[in-house]
Design a binder for this molecule. Structure first.
Ligand SMILES: Cc1cc2nc3c(=O)[nH]c(=O)nc-3n(C[C@H](O)[C@H](O)[C@H](O)COP(=O)(O)O)c2cc1C
Length: 187
């Protein structure tokens, strides 16, 4: 084993696209890798100091879409360019925004699956940002990605994960087993 010390190398990391409304009512999006499930109906995100942070100070609602191979370039773009510096930011992504049904935030129809969320708690709030704990109010899934069992077909989505070691995006692969089941072989 080779030792690497302290690194932000939790694996695999998601590529979350956080959708909010700017002060003028236009949509914004940013990329976040430091997030995950918090509780059964709650998620967490480590939020820095961005235009998105200002948007969340005005309205505690947002969306979380899961980036795909198809949306990868624009997903990276919204992670390196701030709406504070580029008023054309969202036009450049080519994404289509409509208002979410249950929260005051944009849903980008270019993504297979999107969570509608509302902030419940801000933890360790400082000048640098805070940790969001948010309620999952609803989840919307593009019909094209609904499987025969009526549920989202994750394998179809070509989701990407963030590789923090080499700063890459890696496409998720094939299903290799059944959770809460295959392990029974060793019981
Ligand atoms: C791969 C990647 C992961 C990122 N993860 C986070 C994150 O977890 N939390 C965060 O606050 N910013 C994260 N960022 C940075 C924001 O996405 C970036 O600062 C963005 O431009 C903010 O946009 P805004 O100012 O328009 O809101 C990440 C960026 C990239 C490219």
């Amino acid at each position: 084993m080779k030792s690497f010390g302290q690194k932000a190398w939790m694996l695999p990391q998601p590529v979350l696209i956080i959708g909010t409304y700017n002060g003028d009512g236009t949509a914004n999006a940013m990329n976040a890798a430091w997030g995950g499930q918090w509780d059964a109906k709650e998620i967490m995100i480590s939020m820095g100091k961005h235009a998105t942070t200002e948007n969340l100070a005005r309205c505690n609602e947002f969306t979380v879409a899961f980036a795909t191979k198809k949306t990868m370039v624009a997903a990276d773009f919204v992670g390196i360019v701030s709406a504070k510096n580029d008023p054309e930011k969202m036009q450049k992504t080519g994404w289509t925004a409509t208002k979410a049904e249950h929260v005051n935030a944009p849903v980008f129809s270019d993504f297979p699956m999107t969570m509608e969320c509302r902030i419940l708690r801000k933890i360790d709030e400082s000048e640098e940002g805070y940790y969001i704990v948010a309620e999952i109010v609803n989840i919307v899934v593009d019909e094209a990605f609904i499987g025969e069992d009526g549920k989202p077909d994750v394998e179809k989505m070509q989701l990407i994960t963030y590789d923090p070691v080499h700063h890459g995006y890696v496409e998720l692969g094939k299903r290799v087993g059944n959770a809460f089941a295959d392990g029974k072989e060793l019981k």
